[in-house]
Design a binder for this molecule. Structure first.
Ligand SMILES: Nc1ncnc2c1ncn2[C@@H]1O[C@H](COP(=O)(O)OP(=O)(O)O)[C@@H](O)[C@H]1O
Ligand SMILES: Cc1ncsc1CCOP(=O)(O)O
Ligand SMILES: [Mg+2]
Length: 263
């Protein structure tokens, strides 16, 4: 718990370069959120350059939100390079289970390149272990608590950390389970909040080698910023704007004061 504020401090001190291959919907928001927390984003998805960009980056974020053939090829090249350069790598399986293409792509990336962290909502994490589970789209129809068994199974198979986001954010590494209970229901009404959470995991794994701790810190940053934002916002539009401001203003003291963490 007391290590979490120091991860925020490290992001601000080091301003790690975070390479994102992400979707058209959230690209601008994600870059702004990374800047607001103190990291340095680069969005790059051309096959011709992703390996070079991985080489100079401190973390790789792959998000398959708006996937297509060229992008998937770029994702694989980047993930392969990250495993060679030991660059920490987080994967967001957006909408897995909604189409065969999404399911097959997610399964191949996970099985071949073993992301250090996978962050998804409950339906997505469940769809990763149950190929017959058909998801609604990019939004969850399950509670994060429903996905704990699937997350444990995945984490043990892959030897990595799984984050299930939702009203409660659940971080799973093998049998270790931590829960962050901050945030607000409006966060599910703003597109790209999950993608922002995944990018925050990228910023945290760039400066902290313990993936469970880093992923917990990322969800703490999201949840506490959500708590601070909710009182000043009237709806999704102002929440989105205020959230960015509050990410920028977030202090280590606020993280310690607001965080509701069970481990
Ligand atoms: N009901 C809720 N209460 C508090 N926080 C929430 C709630 N729903 C989502 N969040 C937060 O919103 C962010 C995105 O999570 P989620 O909506 O599950 O992802 P996705 O957008 O990928 O479906 C996370 O930081 C999560 O904690
Ligand atoms: C709506 C949508 N469609 C494809 S990607 C995307 C954004 C999803 O973002 P998030 O999972 O963070 O809400
Ligand atoms: Mg999502």
């Amino acid at each position: 718990m007391n290590q979490i504020p120091s991860i925020l401090t490290a992001i601000r001190e080091k301003s790690p370069l975070v390479h994102n291959i992400t979707n058209y919907v959230v690209m601008n928001n994600t870059a702004n959120a990374l800047l607001a927390i103190g990291a340095s984003p680069v969005m790059a998805h051309a096959k011709e350059e992703v390996e070079d960009i991985v080489t100079i980056s401190s973390a790789l974020v792959i998000n398959m939100g708006t996937l297509s053939k060229n992008w998937v090829e770029a994702m694989k090249l980047a993930a392969q390079k990250a495993s060679k350069t030991k660059t920490p790598f987080v994967f967001d399986p957006v909408g897995v289970g909604a189409s065969t293409y999404r399911t097959e792509t997610a399964q191949e990336i996970i099985a071949t390149y073993t992301p250090d962290v996978i962050r998804g909502n409950a339906s997505e994490i469940m769809a990763l272990t149950n190929s017959t589970l058909s998801t609604k789209g990019v939004d969850s129809t399950h509670n994060s608590l429903d996905a704990i068994q699937a997350a444990k199974q995945l984490s043990k198979e892959l030897g990595n950390t799984i984050v299930i986001s939702g009203e409660k954010d659940i971080i799973v590494t093998g049998e270790k389970v931590s829960t962050v209970s901050n945030g607000d229901a409006l966060m599910a009404k703003i597109t790209g909040m999950g993608c922002t959470a995944t990018a925050m995991v990228g910023a945290c794994i760039a400066v902290e080698g313990n993936t469970h701790l880093a992923a917990t810190a990322a969800m703490a940053i999201m949840g506490v910023t959500g708590d601070i934002t909710k009182n000043a916002s009237n709806g999704p539009g102002s929440f989105q704007m205020n959230f960015l401001d509050n990410l920028h203003l977030l202090t280590s003291d606020q993280l310690s004061e607001y965080l509701i963490l069970n481990e």
